[in-house]
Design a protein around this ligand. Structure first.
Ligand code: CTP
Length: 400
């Protein structure tokens, strides 16, 4: 059984043409062993009947906020407490606005306010409505409040338009939910993860560095801990809290990072190199702050840093090694080449062009292995990390 077995999931259905997809979503969740209860808005009933969703979920459908019958069975507060997750699919522009506003004017909006469970939204609307500043600002507000977005996908729309706004396919929604709920996929395994930038000193006050925020590596550490691994995080200089349960080793330079990894990896099963390691360092580090020399420029001679992931892979041949490829062009091609050159088991490719990734909370990646090429749509770095961990665990177990 998967991670959704015996999970209590509320599906919130709103009034949009994509409401027909919620029938398939309910069916797929049932198949995964989840307990599903459906909440419909008034608008939703114009598109799909409560009877259909009742038959598929095996439970009465909840519609009214103040229904004396329903409140005697499972009232709205009990329902909000019962849920392990609320999934609003399809989520219309109207419900997004209501949620951003904190409204409690129907059962669904009230449940969202009353629950402590994570809330997922799968938007579905006309592409122009999705692109509107009002909708986008509502989504930004919701993301800041930790609502988890699934999609929307782009493509041909029911209204004839083409663009972003199609509800994600039910199978993709289920995949995201699966990834959110931790499995114990890495139980018993020790994982070493590098994260953040390295700093290569020029003198006591200056260094060569890069924009890496460390968020992806820290998200991976959190996802790996949740999946049952024991995790050592070798972190470059970043200001992020250590996820609970993770052993953190702080380093500055690439050479310090390598030495920390060499120690940690002697006991490890999997090594994930997520750090943005500086490729070069100054040949000499000045003892004192460098002073300006008249008006002439300054030349700093650089030498190459060791390649941490390649060195570790050679030193520990049985270690399962995973690298990242941050690229700005021909992303997949460069990533495949890097995986072979560095002899990695897996490489996770991401496009860092236009500052789209560094420091941001969202990311979209492709996981590449010898027989695997899995593209993950844009999602929060934690969601992406959870999906990566699941895929990695599957590949690791397949080969070990
Ligand atoms: N990496 C490493 N040590 C280095 C440089 C990179 O361990 N000195 C790791 C990164 O953590 C990442 C992978 O190698 O997992 C690819 O990093 P990237 O910077 O994309 O590749 P480079 O080898 O630096 O290649 P290039 O800069 O030429 O693209």
């Amino acid at each position: 059984m998967g991670h959704l077995n015996q999970r209590n999931i509320i599906i919130g259905v709103c009034g949009g043409i994509a409401a027909y997809k919620s029938a398939e979503l309910v069916r797929l969740l049932q198949k995964q062993g989840a307990n599903v209860r459906v909440v419909m808005t008034d608008g939703a009933q114009a598109f799909i009947t409560p009877l259909t969703l009742q038959a598929l979920s095996g439970n009465p459908v909840h519609i009214e906020l103040l229904d004396t019958e329903a409140e005697r069975g499972m009232g709205h507060i009990e329902l909000a407490r019962w849920a392990d997750a609320i999934v609003i699919a399809p989520a219309t522009a109207d419900i997004l606005a209501k949620l951003a506003n904190g409204d409690a004017d129907n059962l669904l909006t009230t449940l969202v306010l009353a629950t402590a469970a994570p809330v997922f939204v799968a938007p579905a609307m006309n592409q122009q409505m999705w692109a509107q500043a009002a909708t986008q600002e509502n989504c930004d507000t919701l993301r800041r409040r930790n609502f988890l977005f699934i999609g929307p996908d782009a493509g041909e729309q029911a209204c004839g338009d083409v663009g972003a706004g199609r509800m994600s396919e039910p199978a993709d929604v289920v995949q995201t939910l699966n990834a959110h709920f931790p499995s114990r996929a890495l139980e018993g395994l020790h994982i070493v993860i590098t994260a953040g930038p390295t700093r290569e000193a020029i003198d006591p006050v200056r260094f060569i560095g890069n924009h890496s925020s460390g968020k992806m590596g820290f998200s991976l550490a959190r996802a790996a801990i949740d999946a049952g691994a024991s995790v050592t995080l070798v972190a470059g200089p970043v200001h992020l809290d250590t996820p609970e349960g993770v052993t953190r080793i702080n380093v500055d330079s690439a050479r310090q990072m390598l030495s920390a990894c060499e120690n940690a990896c002697s006991q490890a099963d999997i090594f994930i190199a997520c750090a943005a390691v500086a490729d070069y360092r100054p040949v000499t580090v000045a003892d004192h702050k460098l002073k300006k020399q008249g008006t002439s420029g300054l030349t700093i001679e650089l030498t190459q840093n060791p390649d941490i992931v390649a060195t570790i892979g050679q030193a520990f041949p049985n270690l399962y090694t995973v690298g990242f490829a941050a690229e700005t062009q021909n992303v997949l091609e460069h990533a495949r080449e890097k995986r072979t050159r560095k002899q990695l088991d897996l490489i996770i490719a991401n496009d860092v062009g236009n500052n789209a990734v560094f420091g941001q909370d969202h990311n979209s990646v492709t996981i590449i292995g010898s027989e695997l090429e899995l593209h993950l749509p844009e999602a929060s770095k934690l969601q992406v990390a959870r999906t990566c961990v699941e895929a990695l665990a599957k590949e690791y177990r397949r080969t070990h």
